[in-house]
Design a protein around this ligand. Structure first.
Ligand code: CDP
Ligand code: CDP
Length: 224
C-alpha cells in the first residue's frame, strides 16, 4: 500500500487549482480540501449578518461560532455553513469582491489554518489555496504552484459564467482578478507566495488534463 501523502496546490485566482485538485484527489482516493471555500463561507456569513469586514475581532467571534463543513461527494464538493448549503452562493460576486478583505486578518487566518491542519493531519489530502505550501502544510510531500496570465484566467472565469448562464463582463472580471491578486500577494499575514520547494507550473497554454497529468507524474515519483 502506498503511503498517503499530503499535496499542496497554491496559486492565484482561476489558475485551475480546484479543478485539478479535485481530479487528483479522485484519482488517488484522497480527500480534497478547498480552503478558499472556507474564507468565502465566512465572508458569506459576515455579509449576511452585517458584520463589519474590517473588524478582525468581530469576524473572529463570528468564525468561532460558525461551522464550515466541506462535503466530498463523488465528483462534486458541497460546502455547508451551519448546515446550510452555500455551495453556489459563496461563488457570487458580492462574496468574491469581499473575500480578500476578510482573509487578510491574522486572527481569522490563525483559526482557519488550525481547522485546515486538523483536516489534513492524517495525510491522503489534496489541499488548495494561497498559503498551503508555505503555512498550512509546510511539510507537504508535494507542493505545486499554479500560474497563468491574468488574461487567460479572466477568460476562464468568463467562460464559466457563460456556461452557467450568468451575465459576464470580461473586462470587469479581469479587473477584479487583478485586484484580488494584489490584495492576496501584498497582505502582511501569509501572502500568496510560491514556497521555496514548490514546483511551478504555468498553465496558460495547457489543458486541464495536461496539468493534472503533470502533477500526477510528480506525485507518483514521490510515492514510488
Ligand atoms: O477560486 P478562486 O481562486 O477565485 O478563489 P478561492 O481559492 O476560492 O479563494 C478566495 C479568496 O480566499 C482568495 O482570494 C484569498 O483572499 C482567500 N484565501 C486565502 O487567503 N488563503 C487560502 N489558503 C485560500 C483562500
Ligand atoms: O481554483 P482556481 O480558482 O485556481 O481555478 P478553478 O476554479 O479550478 O477554475 C479554473 C477554470 O479554468 C475552470 O473552468 C477550468 O476548467 C479552466 N481551466 C483550468 O482549470 N486549467 C487549465 N489548464 C485550463 C482551463
Amino acid at each position: 500500500v502506498n503511503k498517503k501523502i499530503s499535496i499542496a496546490i497554491d496559486g492565484p485566482a482561476a489558475a485551475g487549482k480546484s479543478t485539478v485538485a479535485k481530479i487528483i484527489a479522485q484519482k488517488l482516493s484522497y480527500i480534497y480540501v478547498d480552503t478558499g471555500a472556507m474564507y468565502r463561507s465566512l465572508t458569506w456569513k459576515a455579509l449576511r449578518e452585517g458584520v463589519e469586514l474590517e473588524n478582525p475581532d468581530k469576524l473572529f467571534e463570528l468564525l468561532k461560532k460558525t461551522d464550515i463543513t466541506l462535503v466530498n461527494e463523488a465528483n462534486k464538493q458541497k460546502v455547508l455553513v451551519d448546515g446550510i448549503d452555500v455551495t453556489e452562493d459563496i461563488r457570487k460576486p458580492d462574496v468574491t469582491r469581499n473575500v480578500s478583505i476578510v482573509s487578510k486578518h491574522e486572527s481569522v487566518r490563525n483559526e482557519m489554518v488550525r481547522r485546515q491542519q486538523e483536516l489534513g493531519k492524517n495525510g491522503g489530502v489534496v489541499m488548495d489555496g494561497r498559503d498551503i505550501g508555505t503555512h498550512v502544510m509546510p511539510g507537504a510531500e508535494v507542493k505545486i504552484f499554479l500560474l497563468a496570465s491574468v488574461d487567460e484566467r479572466a477568460i476562464r472565469r468568463h467562460r464559466e459564467n457563460i456556461e452557467k448562464g450568468i451575465e459576464s463582463d470580461l473586462e470587469q472580471i479581469k479587473k477584479e482578478i487583478a485586484e484580488r491578486d494584489k490584495l492576496d500577494t501584498e497582505r502582511k499575514i501569509a501572502p500568496l507566495k510560491k514556497a521555496d520547494d514548490a514546483i511551478e507550473i504555468d498553465t496558460t497554454s495547457l489543458s486541464v488534463k495536461e496539468v493534472a497529468d503533470k502533477i500526477l507524474a510528480i506525485v507518483h515519483e514521490r510515492i514510488g
